[in-house]
Design a protein around this ligand. Structure first.
Ligand code: SF4
Ligand code: SF4
Length: 85
């Protein structure tokens, strides 16, 4: 599977997640920045610090604005991004 979308159970309790949550495996990331270009909201940004591969990985910057569209996860060639909503 090239990407992952997990849907949490519906409900109105305080544990219910309304906005999408993005998790990026920074050590797996190869710094190609395809996801940076793909995000329609510009929420994936390059990090300033290097990972163990010696490249600048990406980070997620913007919980409230994320559309949960999964484009970032779908386009990543190395399956580094997971989208939870
Ligand atoms: S799910 Fe969509 S809006 Fe959210 S970070 Fe990924 S590409 Fe951007
Ligand atoms: S597309 Fe994947 S490997 Fe490339 S920068 Fe984004 S998270 Fe890293």
């Amino acid at each position: 599977m090239a990407w992952m979308l997990k849907v949490l159970p519906a409900g109105s309790g305080k544990n219910c997640v309304k906005m999408a949550k993005i998790i990026i495996d920074r050590e797996k990331c190869k710094g190609c920045f395809i996801c940076v270009s793909a995000c329609p909201k510009g929420l994936i940004k390059p990090e300033k610090t290097l990972n163990k591969k010696g490249v600048n990985p990406v980070k997620f910057a913007g919980d409230d604005e994320c559309l949960g569209c999964c484009l970032c996860a779908i386009i990543c060639p190395d399956c580094c991004i997971e989208v939870y909503k």
